[in-house]
Design a protein around this ligand. Structure first.
Ligand SMILES: NC(=O)c1ccc[n+]([C@@H]2O[C@H](COP(=O)([O-])OP(=O)(O)OC[C@H]3O[C@@H](n4cnc5c(N)ncnc54)[C@H](O)[C@@H]3O)[C@@H](O)[C@H]2O)c1
Length: 394
């Protein structure tokens, strides 16, 4: 793998043939907001706080490992050379946390979904200088978006930065569940040999019906990757894809989610956590799924009712559940998903590959640069802007 200096992050990167960061957004310029806190209110030195996971002994293992506290997105030298203060920590919980010490006077908070700083209404109220909340990655549900909008804050993320990383990971999780990989792995490390214990519920992916709930950037990439497996592909979304994209992905639109669920052998969740999707997969909705369904969820844990998932795994209604998202994060030791049968859970990792880190670090740097210059961000990055939430969060 090519090694590069993490302090020199390229600004542009290409996603699906489009340059995600760079496009002129001048047509999107609108009159200045009338909020108390203006995004581009003043120049001068800014206090920027980054909340990331700590890498400890792994910090120096790879010069491109920029997504951790130690790597600090590779932007420390650049920020400090411009006279800005940059504080980085993983200590984010409770009133005595390092984060809370800086809440009263920070201007910008950068965090990631992997180790999210929960930006509550209470924290927003205390953050008198706060102007900008940046998510180094995708998914800003760790922010109370309504409170941020009411306070006139801008919330933006690096849209598209890790969609390939997540889609690849979902494909892996589908195969891990379908082939019943995890018990086989445990046998290998435990000195056991019991083919029957795995084979009695291992299948081919070919010919199975896979439905994605949400077919945005990640959902579409997953569908494209599934096409060569000769599955029956379905998707549910609030928006229907163009006929051309439907042809490319080979997926059929299901307007009524509850009609799609009983058809699916495998369900993948690919929509954001919003007021509408919180707790969406509760006991009743899970009951509508086929008995023995496999579920992959790399979107957000709170889309599921935690206990309903654990109960359905115990009863066998869900035959396998895999994902990398939990609520809260880090997941407590007694989180029920750690102990439910037939799961293939991991910590939140799918969107923080080294490749993804370099892309979301570059995207974050690009937005900071624009913020300092008083320029617009790429339109697709805004989650809260001028008191309004992006359409799918409304
Ligand atoms: N695990 C990870 O590391 C990781 C990384 C990136 C993103 N994510 C999660 O994945 C989500 C999707 O990412 P994306 O880049 O594909 O986003 P996207 O905005 O491109 O796609 C989201 C899709 O969900 C659809 N949708 C929204 N609300 C819906 C609803 N109520 N019913 C049906 N469909 C609905 C939208 O129309 C859109 O097509 C993110 O919001 C984030 O929570 C996780």
């Amino acid at each position: 793998m090519e090694k590069s200096n993490p302090n020199k992050i390229a600004i542009n990167f290409s996603i699906q043939g489009t340059t995600a960061i760079a496009a002129s957004q001048s047509s999107l310029l609108s009159p200045a907001p009338t909020f108390a806190r203006h995004l581009h209110a003043s120049g001068g030195s800014k206090k920027i706080v980054g909340v990331f996971y700590k890498a400890n002994e792994y910090a120096s293992s790879n010069p491109n490992f920029v997504g951790c506290v130690e790597g600090a997105l590779g932007i420390r030298e650049w920020l400090e050379s411009q006279g800005h203060q940059y504080i980085v920590t993983d200590d984010k919980e409770g009133p005595d946390s390092e984060l809370d010490k800086h809440i009263p006077d920070l201007h910008v908070l950068i965090t990631t979904p992997f180790h999210p700083a929960y930006v509550t209404a209470e924290r927003i109220k205390k953050a008198k200088n706060l102007q900008l909340l940046l998510t180094a990655g995708i998914g800003s549900d760790h922010v109370d978006l309504n409170a941020a909008a009411a306070a006139g804050l801008t919330v933006a993320e690096v849209t598209g930065s890790n969609v390939v990383s997540v889609a690849e990971d979902e494909l892996m999780r589908i195969l891990v569940l379908v082939r019943n990989f995890v018990p086989g792995y445990h046998q290998a490390i435990n000195g056991e040999w019991n083919v029957a214990g795995i084979a009695h519920r291992a299948y081919d992916l070919e010919g199975k019906t896979v439905g994605t709930v949400g077919a945005g950037r990640i959902g579409r990439l997953l569908l494209q990757r599934l096409k060569p497996f000769n599955c029956n592909l379905l998707y549910h979304d609030r928006l229907k894809m163009s006929p051309e994209l439907e042809r490319q992905t080979g997926a059929k639109f299901e307007e009524d989610l509850d009609a799609m669920l009983p058809k699916c052998d495998i369900i993948v969740i690919n929509m954001p956590l919003t007021d509408k999707t919180r707790g969406f997969f509760d006991k009743d909705r899970i009951a509508k799924c086929k008995k023995g369904v496999l579920i992959v969820n790399n979107a957000r844990a709170a889309i599921m009712d935690t206990q309903a998932v654990a109960d359905a795994c115990s009863s066998g209604h869900i035959a396998g559940y895999s994902g990398d998202v939990w609520h809260p994060q880090p997941a407590p030791k007694d989180h029920p998903w750690r102990y439910m049968p037939n799961h293939a859970m991991t910590p939140h990792i799918s969107g923080t590959t080294i490749d993804a880190q370099l892309r979301y670090a570059a995207g974050t740097k690009d937005m900071l640069e624009r913020y300092f210059k008083g320029e617009e961000f790429p339109a697709q990055n805004y989650i809260v802007r001028e008191g309004k939430l992006a359409s799918q969060y409304q």
